[in-house]
Write a protein that binds this ligand. Structure first.
Ligand code: WT7
Length: 656
């Protein structure tokens, strides 16, 4: 059950046609229909997106220019006025969806809540008015640090409603990580909760906020809005901290959505890159609204009667696009779950599917592998017959996990939609359209209409079939990130200059290795940079190294990913110590805890190996390739002639 390798994937020849019962009712019913759409979009992308924008979204004012492309900076629907909160809420209130469930929420301790579109609209308007009362104005950035409760979605929509860009910080990040992000975004207010439930314990989020804000940690913050969830005691600082339920009690539910320019910033979402500092990925209003809307509608063949459940957290892009904005813009019913499978409740996911009759289920390969490990008795004991489509995202899915998902969860009747995309892309880029495109286990299949994807070498030349290369995108698309917040140069360098533009044609460099097979199917192999993927979470190795060296005992640190059965990869750290320290189990524990404090539990190294020296080139560069081999317990492969001190390798091996 390891990551797919080139060899295992080359041998994967199985193909599954869309079930005919599925195709008959699907929005896009055949391969020909997909191909037609694809060709049409390729021939005139601007017309393709403009037609959809007019058809699918409500506008306060139509745009003048569909696309303004000054590579690598794109503007979509320039001159248009729109509000995504309006598209997610208000426009449904004049239809039968007024009393349709917008959010169905299941709390970890078993409490639950359903909000219809009308109810959700009311709460969003109230929170928007509270934000205004607390001095938040159009253009001010608001931090959101929340557990998976409806108020997380309410907070996002309330910000969008008044034109305050939000930056959601995953509740599993530490106070330090929260502080860095709030400082970078100059957030004026934070919305949080006293705590959230995680694996039968309370995560005291508000205490983390207090730590982040202590000693003027985030000078721009004026107020903290606190949702009551777990009810343990928390210190409320007078004048700064406010209970949401107290302010909600006295506020009007009338708050018209602010007409926003198409290109006004909707949110910043921080993600890990190759350097130490996470980058603020900027998404804007209209293009993102259209792209998250269309991709969900077609790739998941969303029908008005569907109950749809995405298991992500709102702290990640998947939660933004496919728990909140995409589903609500489509008027769908989106399930939100606070819990996670845990030893005390290994069947909880299937309880949720059965309880609400979930039709579409979207999760990550790491979760699927954890389900396999827990055993089929749990899904087998539940009625999963409501399911009609299964999705996966976050990392390459190994064919064994794909087949298990197909058989045990999908009862061999549900198409599996393997969606390749990124925080930066806003929505799905390579994905089956389930009624049209035959699937192959381990392949994300073909690009979404309007997306010109390719696999190229470092000069930008397409590589031949079944050759490995770099995954790129050739034409701008509405959901693409617009810049790195505060650092347009980094945006250019990271995504557009790895492969030099040819004849003015810019290629978006995704950072993934891939190959295309003889049917044009894409097989994504994983990151080609210093980013690792641990249980579907994206982590920068440099970020973890910086955390380690900030500990007084650490002289030098090198972090690599080590293959892991369930998580895909695990964090493996090589550490050299300052002279006065010596290796010990206690120190190993302490360093792991230090990383948790600096970043969060998701970055905790699975293993730390103390070493006297790192394998370096003569110019002083750490040879990570060798460390990856060592971490995996493999023989060191390839050329080692550039190694400065060959003795280091033997010593490192000795520790294995
Ligand atoms: C990276 C993006 C997009 C939401 C979740 C992660 C990997 C994502 C797939 C897939 C193979 C995948 C890539 C990508 N990835 N989906 N279906 N098959 N790899 O978002 O944190 O921005 O990470 O996740 O390596 O670059 P993210």
């Amino acid at each position: 059950m390891s990551q797919p390798t080139i060899e295992s994937i080359l041998q994967e020849k199985r193909s599954f046609s869309p079930p005919s019962e599925f195709s008959e009712k699907a929005q896009i019913k055949s391969l020909q229909e997909y191909q037609q759409l694809y060709e049409q979009a390729k021939a005139d992308p601007q017309k393709f997106w403009a037609d959809l924008a007019a058809q699918e979204l409500d506008w306060f004012q139509k745009w003048d220019t569909v696309l303004d492309w000054q590579p690598p900076f794109a503007k979509w629907f320039v001159g248009g006025k729109i509000n995504i909160s309006y598209n997610c809420l208000d426009r449904h209130l004049t239809t039968w969806r007024r009393n349709k469930a917008a959010l169905i929420w299941e709390g970890e301790p078993g409490d639950s809540r359903t909000l219809t579109y009308a109810q959700l609209h009311r709460e969003v308007c109230q929170m928007a008015n509270v934000l205004k009362q607390l001095g938040v104005q159009k253009g001010d950035c608001v931090g959101i640090y929340m557990p998976m409760i409806p108020e997380a979605a309410i907070a996002m929509l309330a910000c969008a409603r008044i034109g305050a860009p939000h930056t959601v910080v995953f509740g599993g990040f530490s106070a330090e990580a929260l502080k860095d992000r709030l400082v970078d975004a100059s957030a004026k207010l934070v919305i949080t909760a006293d705590g959230g439930w995680r694996k039968d314990a309370i995560v005291p989020l508000k205490d983390q906020v207090d730590l982040a804000l202590a000693n003027q940690g985030v000078p721009s913050i004026e107020n903290v809005l606190v949702v009551e969830r777990t009810k343990q005691t928390t210190q409320m600082e007078p004048g700064r901290d406010h209970w949401w339920h107290e302010l909600q009690a006295g506020v009007s539910a009338d708050c018209p959505a602010e007409p926003m320019d198409s290109e006004d910033m909707l949110f910043i979402l921080y993600t890990s890159g190759t350097t130490g500092k996470p980058k603020g990925v900027v998404h804007t209003t209209a293009g993102y609204n259209l792209y998250s809307h269309m991709t969900l509608k077609w790739a998941f063949d969303l029908q008005d009667t569907d109950v749809y459940w995405c298991t992500a957290d709102v702290g990640w892009i998947t939660g933004h696009s496919y728990i909140v904005y995409g589903p609500l813009s489509n008027g769908a019913t989106s399930v939100m779950y606070e819990g996670a499978p845990r030893p005390s409740n290994p069947g909880c996911s299937w309880d949720v599917v059965e309880k609400y009759g979930v039709n579409i289920f979207y999760t990550a390969p790491t979760a699927i592998r954890a389900f396999i490990k827990m055993g089929e008795q749990y899904p087998n004991a539940r009625d999963l017959s409501s399911l009609r489509l299964l999705g996966t995202v976050g990392e390459p899915i190994n064919p064994e996990a794909w087949m298990w998902y197909h058989k045990v969860i999908g009862g061999e009747r549900c198409p599996i939609v393997d969606t390749w995309w990124q925080t930066e892309t806003g929505g799905f880029m390579i994905t089956p359209l389930p009624g049209a495109i035959p699937t192959k286990p381990g392949s994300a299949t073909l690009p979404f209409p309007g997306i010109i994807a390719d696999v190229v070498d470092l000069e930008g030349n397409p590589v031949s079939n079944n050759q490995g290369g770099y995954l790129v995108v050739r034409h701008p698309w509405p959901g693409m990130m617009r810049t790195v917040y505060g650092d347009p140069d980094r945006f250019r360098r990271t995504y557009w200059e790895h492969i030099p533009p040819q004849d003015g044609q810019y290629l978006y460099f995704a950072g993934d290795g891939a190959r295309k097979d003889e049917d044009g199917y894409f097989w994504v192999m994983g990151r080609v940079d210093d980013v690792i993927n641990v249980a579907g979470h994206r982590l920068g190795t440099m970020e973890i190294e910086s955390a380690l060296v900030s500990h007084p005992a650490v002289a030098e640190a090198a972090v690599v990913g080590r293959p892991d059965e369930v998580k895909g990869e695990d964090v493996f750290a090589f550490v050299t110590l300052e002279g006065s320290y010596s290796p010990s189990e206690e120190l190993e524990k302490e360093l792991k805890q230090h990383v948790v404090k600096e970043i969060g539990a998701i970055a905790r190294p699975g293993q730390i190996r103390f070493t006297d020296g790192m394998p370096k080139t003569r110019s002083g560069k750490i040879m990570r390739r060798l460390l990856r081999n060592l971490a995996a317990g493999q023989e060191v492969a390839g050329d080692t002639s550039t190694l400065e001190d060959r003795g280091v390798l033997d010593k490192l091996r000795g520790g294995a």
